[in-house]
Design a protein around this ligand. Structure first.
Ligand SMILES: [Fe+2]
Length: 436
């Protein structure tokens, strides 16, 4: 009997070895082939580089044998007759060498668009075109707006993040933008991880604007040993350059429908960005202010507290009554009540830490957390309409996990109406006692 078992084990090991050897040699599993650029556009992604009411940016990738790159745009119509009316814009192209090989990144900024209008566009080289996709310009005045926010995607992106970002689109298909609060990938400068990130969201990125901020994993070491923004960031995202000049396309803001959405780069230059934000919000005429960055100033785990960052940023958030701060980094979920400042006439901010990818850390419960979660992948949908903001956080399978409403009150902090669903918090079971 024992001999028979040993024989089976050896046979299984041999089979595993043969399978591994085949996989090693299978060219379709080589990342260089899986993520190779071609003449057909891929990694097509909408971003804003200017006013969402009158501009739209699009960026995409091809192989280096594409000699011409352009985007065509027309006002959308009920049928196909828009095609002859499409106007062509020649793209700005830049060569890019990743760990997997060479490619070209192309970008076009559509300008002078009509506000509150649905457009149709495609990108290509004149022969190889993407499919036509829609985007909608923003209204010039205050109007309802809906957007998605996700924390770190980071690991096993195609395998385990895809269902989260796709569920968010299924639940909020009219979202105007998606906030990615840093750590979109795990290893700076690994093209296959960016390939997975683009593939997971697929054509969602062609119709919904991305609003990304960099996390610590978007930073790598330069040859000189200094921390440097991932080389993919700037070629593949065409973002506003209206923040600190030293932090182009990582510190920026956009105004849409009466909401100011601010991206801070929490990796560096904190004091400079706090001063910039103070000035920016002093002349803010939008009713709502949303701020996003990667490292939370209220952390969900002991030992991960970013005290210095809190000391620098929070007084500015309090002074200007930032409505909600959306962060990542802690690979768990935590959401506060409306937090006031030291001076009771100031403050009124809700702080959120969330995670959308599969990497999970423990939570250390703390009084600031009104709702928390471990081992849960989440996406958030935020809807703003006049005096009200409705927030919901849903799990990977689409179940409502957390919800609240904020109501504006003149001269006072926002009122929060807690709508946490009646279900227990997702917490890790206590570890089994081990040992003797
Ligand atoms: Fe992370």
């Amino acid at each position: 009997m024992r001999k028979w078992s040993v024989g089976v084990c050896l046979a299984l090991l041999a089979l595993a070895w043969v399978r591994t050897s085949i996989a090693d040699k299978d060219p379709t599993l080589d990342p260089k082939i899986l993520h190779a650029p071609s003449r057909s556009p891929d990694r097509v992604i909408l971003t804003w580089a200017g006013d969402p009411a009158t501009t739209q940016a699009v960026t995409w990738r091809t192989s280096t044998d594409v000699l011409r790159a352009a985007a065509q745009i027309a006002e959308a119509e009920d049928g196909p007759l828009f095609k002859p009316k499409a106007v062509e814009h020649i793209a700005k192209s830049e060569p890019f060498k990743s760990n997997l090989g060479e490619a070209l990144y192309h970008s076009v900024r559509f300008e002078n668009l009509k506000p509150a209008t649905k457009y149709v566009y495609r990108v290509g080289d004149g022969f190889n075109w993407s499919e036509w996709s829609h985007f909608q310009t923003a209204s010039l005045s205050e109007a309802p707006v809906e957007f998605v926010y996700v924390g770190d995607a980071q690991n096993n992106i195609l395998e385990l993040w895809s269902r989260v970002i796709r569920s968010s689109f299924a639940d909020a298909p009219r979202s105007r933008f998606i906030i990615h609060a840093g750590d979109l990938i795990n290893t700076a400068d690994r093209d296959e991880q960016w390939g997975e990130w683009h593939r997971a969201a697929g054509w969602i990125n062609q119709s919904v604007v991305s609003f990304p901020v960099p996390g610590n994993h978007e930073y790598g070491k330069s040859e000189a040993g200094t921390r440097e923004l991932n080389r993919h960031w700037r070629p593949q995202f065409t973002l506003p350059e209206n923040g600190l000049p030293e932090l182009p396309e990582t510190n920026y803001y956009v105004d849409i429908h009466g909401v100011r959405v601010v991206a801070l780069n929490s990796n560096l230059k904190h004091a400079e960005q706090a001063a910039w934000l103070d000035k920016l919000l002093s002349s803010n005429r939008n009713r709502w202010t949303v701020v996003t960055f990667h490292h939370p100033i209220f952390s969900t785990a002991r030992g991960r507290d970013n005290k210095d960052l809190r000391a620098i940023f929070k007084p500015v958030f309090d002074k200007h009554r930032v409505d909600i701060v959306l962060t990542g980094h802690d690979h768990s979920y935590g959401r506060s009540n409306v937090m006031t400042g030291e001076n009771r006439r100031e403050g009124g901010t809700v702080y959120v830490v969330s995670v959308s990818g599969p990497k999970m850390y423990n939570v250390t419960p703390a009084p600031w957390m009104q709702r928390k979660a471990e081992d849960t992948q989440l996406y958030q949908i935020i809807r703003i309409n006049g005096e009200r903001l409705d927030y919901e956080s849903r799990t990977a399978r689409g179940d409502l996990y957390d919800a609240f409403q904020l109501r504006k009150r003149r001269g006072r902090a926002n009122q929060m109406i807690d709508r946490t669903p009646d279900r227990p918090e997702n917490r890790r079971p206590p570890a089994e006692p081990t040992g003797n």
